[in-house]
Design a protein around this ligand. Sequence first.
Ligand code: FES
Ligand code: FES
Length: 156
Amino acid sequence: MLVQLKVNGRDVAAEITPAMSLASCLRTELGLTGTKLSCEVGECGSCTVLLDGKPVTSCLVPAAQTAGRSVETVEGLASDGSLHPLQEAFIKLNAVQCGFCIPGMIMAAKAALEKNANPTPEEVRFILSGNLCRCTGYQKIVEAVLLAAQEMRDHG
Ligand code: FES
Ligand code: FES
C-alpha cells in the first residue's frame, strides 16, 4: 500500500506493508537513517521523531497511521547549512559518544524546549527519561540541552 505524508516539510509517498512501523518506513523506504532502531518495543527512545509536533517512539507507530500527517526527523533540523542549536551544543560539549541515542535525544529535547524554553536540569532529566544512553552517563547530554536552551533564548 502507498502512504502519503509530510516529512521534514516535504510531501512524500512511501510503499509500505500494513505492519510496517514509521521507523522502518523512514529508514528503509525514505532513506532517512538518522532515526535509529534498537529495542523496537518502545523502551529505548532511539527512534524518537516528532509526529504532528509531538515526540513519539516511531517503532510503535504504524506507518499506515501517518497518512496525511507531518513527521520531523533529525535530518530536518539543520536549515540553510546551519545546524540546530541542539546539534551545535551536543558537539560543543562533547555530549556524543557512539551517537546511537543522539537523534532521539535531540528530537525529544526539541519538542520539550518548544513547550518550556527555560527548563531546570531536573526537568531536562525528566524530559529525556524515555531516552536511554549506554555511553555518556547523561550528564553531558543534560548540559548540552541546557546550553541549547540558553542559546535559543539569547538568539531565538
Ligand atoms: S527502537 Fe523504538 S523505543 Fe527503542
Ligand atoms: S552516545 Fe552511545 S548510546 Fe548514547
